[in-house]
Design a protein around this ligand. Structure first.
Ligand SMILES: *Cc1c(COP(=O)(O)O)cnc(C)c1O
Length: 406
């Protein structure tokens, strides 16, 4: 499968105001016009390349948008102040009161809470379904359904969506397929596989330094402009605008995304393989034992691997907490939510990022108490990390000390 995204990002060439190798940052919220007529035309959306006010667009945000469009191979991309800013804007743009959504049931906790609790206010109903069961997906679509929503690789259970098959269903029913691709940038080219709208939380791998919150929507130029429309664009009117300084720093970090993703994937595959061999309940799409392995393999850009997220089930919340505290004390990583950092991050999703999902619903989707989600870092010597984690597990009785520790 062709995967020129990283090359396209590298090829984006900018010159700063003084010949700088990075584009100049637009340090302005508002822009002047020589003629009052041009200002009016800009308001009407008729002047390409003119800036009006930075909530609508700014040069720095457009540069970052260009890189994100290159990443997903879409015509255009808008950036937002957070992943949730992007997600809520897309959903509110596509749905009116009385409409219906077909959504995967294993999605990011914040998205789940937004769809399940917040959209109630607007009388928007949602069927939360098993996105890997294509028959159920098809049966859940009604005349009122306005989108199929899923994550390419789901949070936190790492379920893999068959984007190609879902897009065929969506096309047949004339509705858009919206895919959150936060967990698998570069590995999965969601738009190329048929997604109509691709969302990213830039907070995670794409920025990769855990120092800011940001989001993006990659889609057709029409849809991106509709989101920005001064009269009825959800992106424009909800006001979830990314600051130019941040847009500039995220763009610089994107230059190394391809290298980072390869290393995240390589390290995670190594650990997942070892832990599975050790007899631990390990979930990683790169393992043949994973339900979504074949689907992932069939739609991936091979060189980027299966991503940087894995889960281990250590039996109970108490055990999970003890292990995480010990791993942090040994400087293996941080007990923290989020993902895509250079250092390994771990948390128990049941009590953190997915706590918006009720206990019963968590049980139903297979989200157990002892489940630890790992975002594996860029460790230079992952075998050493493996041995260190294993030492903690042996100390806590999760693993027995039978292996020779070399
Ligand atoms: C973190 C995350 C979000 C939300 O992004 P923010 O930048 O925190 O608003 C959405 N989807 C997924 C899959 C995420 O991991």
């Amino acid at each position: 499968m062709s995967h020129k995204s990283a090359d396209k990002i590298q090829e984006l060439q900018y010159f700063g105001e003084f010949g700088g190798v990075n584009p100049s940052i637009s340090d302005s919220s508002t822009y002047t016009f020589i003629s009052a007529k041009t200002m009016f035309d800009t308001f009407e959306g008729n002047t390409e390349g003119c800036y009006l006010y930075s909530r609508h667009s700014s040069p720095s945000n457009l540069y970052l948008g260009e890189a994100l469009a290159a990443l997903e191979g879409t015509e255009s991309a808008n950036v937002y102040a957070s992943g949730m800013g992007a997600i809520s804007s897309v959903i509110m743009q596509l749905c009116d009161s009385g409409h219906h959504i077909v959504s995967s049931r294993t999605i990011y906790g914040g998205t789940y809470a937004f769809i399940k609790n917040f959209l109630k206010k607007f009388n928007i109903q949602t069927s939360f379904i098993d996105i890997t069961d294509l028959e159920v997906v098809e049966q859940s679509i009604t005349a009122k359904t306005k989108m199929i929503y899923c994550e390419a690789v789901s949070n936190p259970l790492l379920e893999v969506a068959n984007i190609n098959a879902l897009s065929k269903i969506a096309k047949k029913r004339g509705i858009p397929l919206v895919v959150d691709n936060t967990f698998s940038p570069l590995s999965i080219s969601a738009a190329e596989l048929g997604a109509d709208v691709v969302i990213h939380s830039l907070t995670k791998f794409i920025n990769g330094t855990s120092d800011c919150v940001a989001g993006a929507v990659c889609a057709s130029t029409d849809f991106c402009l509709a989101l920005k429309d001064v009269n009825d664009g959800a992106g424009m009117l909800f006001g979830s605008t990314l600051d130019s300084l941040r847009a500039a720093s995220i763009l610089k970090n994107m230059r190394t995304l391809h290298i980072r993703m390869k290393k995240h994937s390589e390290n995670t595959l190594y650990l997942a393989t070892q832990f599975e061999k050790d007899g631990l309940k390990t979930v990683y799409p790169g393992l043949e034992s994973h339900d979504g392995h074949k689907t992932f393999k069939s739609q991936m850009n091979c060189e980027y691997g299966y991503g940087g997220l894995m889960t281990l089930d250590v039996g109970s919340l108490e055990m999970a907490n003890a292990l995480m505290e010990m791993m942090q004390a040994k400087n293996i990583g941080y007990l923290a939510v989020s993902l895509g950092f250079y250092k390994t991050l771990f948390s128990t999703p049941g009590t953190s990022t997915s706590s918006e999902i009720s206990k019963e619903e968590q049980d139903e989707m297979g989200l157990s108490d002892g489940l630890i989600r790992f975002s594996i870092g860029l460790d230079n010597d992952i075998h050493k990390t493996y041995l260190e984690i294993k030492k903690c597990m042996i100390a806590l009785g999760i693993l027995r000390d039978i292996a020779v520790m070399v």
